[in-house]
Design a protein around this ligand. Sequence first.
Ligand code: CA
Ligand code: CA
Ligand code: CA
Length: 271
Amino acid sequence: MSYDSEDANVDVVKIMGTLGSFPDPHAFYGTVTINDDPAPVGTQVEARGEGVITRIEGNPVVTTEVGQYGSADPLGAKMIVWGDIPDGTTLTFYVNEVSTGQTLPWHSGDVTQLDLAVTMPIEVFNDSFEDCSLVNWVQDTQEDWFCSEQRVVEGTYSAEVDGRATDATLTLKDAINLSIMSEATLTFSWFIESGLDSGEYLALDLWNGTAWVEAARLSGNIDQENVWHNEEIDLGAYLISDFKLRFRGYMSYSSEDANVDVVKIMGTLQP
Ligand SMILES: [Ca+2]
Ligand SMILES: [Ca+2]
Ligand SMILES: [Ca+2]
């Protein structure tokens, strides 16, 4: 169409089909645990594999009972794994879209009890600075960090370092035990104002048990200024019992500020 006033619409697109004559399905039921706890009602359980049709009734299933998917009752509902599936095809089982690592061969017509267990990342730390007291943090004697409403990624407040600051630090008050984790990830958002000059920065340091290691930096006149940057840092090298992190700002004038918001650590407990 050639003019702005000329529109076209599409609504209610539907594809109906007949699902061929597939072999009888393989049905499953059993317990389901997440991080060793019975999975809550509403947990999704799914089997995937070559030829398996998913997003149909019976696969995935959503639990209606704590810690249980499907029913042992011969007449009860089950997870139904169906499709154009060659006998013996390996099925892999997922809980809330995360692989359990558990597999079984598909056999037409079988009913199998399979207890599923999955390990999911848990929230280890989360601070969006909404308490407005920097309660989870300590500062060096410059005390240049404060709770700010000037800009945020989430909520009403972020942490702001107010120039002039000479490596002014905002350090996690309580160490976090990451030694019980098999993996962990730190995410946060940060921001430097355009006033920051060359050589000025906001940096992230990680404590490795012996020393602070600079892991990331936003540099004035180098990194994009006046925008939030979302960072994701793999903490695989920091799975120690006394992990800490700190933000560190360096800027020469009182009009030069930088911010941090939504500092979060997710970790997966060791099996
Ligand atoms: Ca916030
Ligand atoms: Ca600048
Ligand atoms: Ca400056």
